[in-house]
Design a protein around this ligand. Sequence first.
Ligand code: 13P
Length: 253
Amino acid sequence: MRQKLVVANWKMHGNLATNQQLFKAYLEKLSTLTDVDVVVCVPYPYLAQAQSILKDTRLAWGAQNLSKDAQGAFTGEVSAGMLKDFGATHVIIGHSERATAYCESDENIATKFIQAKAHGLTPILCVGETLIEREAGVMEMVVAKQLDTIIHTYSAAVFADAIVSYEPIWAIGTGLAASSDQAQAMHAFIRSKIAALDEDAASRLKILYGGSVNPQNAVQLFVMQDIDGGLVGRCSLNAQEFEGICRAASSCQ
Ligand code: 13P
């Protein structure tokens, strides 16, 4: 059985003082929730703070991006090894907010995915279509292409114990989440695409849903067969709402 997982993506929010309050509130509310895995993905400068507060707790932490290179003259980049130095276990890769704003290619994203795995970090690969693509009915084709570069360059086996997060771009930060049927259909498509090549990897792969997850819609989404949890933006900045989402995941085990 795949244990449910809820990942907080704080994006570019917070400071030392507000983070400390939020970490503490998370710990108070979530420490007894033993049947859901929780990961907090913080901005790079706060990895040390996450490490000092969350070490030896039930909460894990991670980053929101990493370099495709292991080391070298790449000004401003942060390597997988550096993330490991601060105890990070997970890293978000290919988030649409980066893929669009910083023109990340599928090839770069694939290299980052493998770089993370090679350093023992769990990659959280974001995929998803725009509203225009959904309305044109090509959403599966779009998501398939996002997975194909990794599959063709490496293999489907690299998805074992990795995480894919289906984040329809039209649902991110809009308050308009995908319906549970829409999300389940895409999650099943992703799992079956990997299963056609590697059944074991497909059954171990966790597929999260991201895009306007809140305490009200979380149960409907997490109860679906192929939805293994959520990647949460806005509601992760409020400890009470985030707790509600994590408890929803617990109730759907
Ligand atoms: P929201 O939960 O704010 O829609 O953000 C989703 C997201 O982008 C998570 O990575």
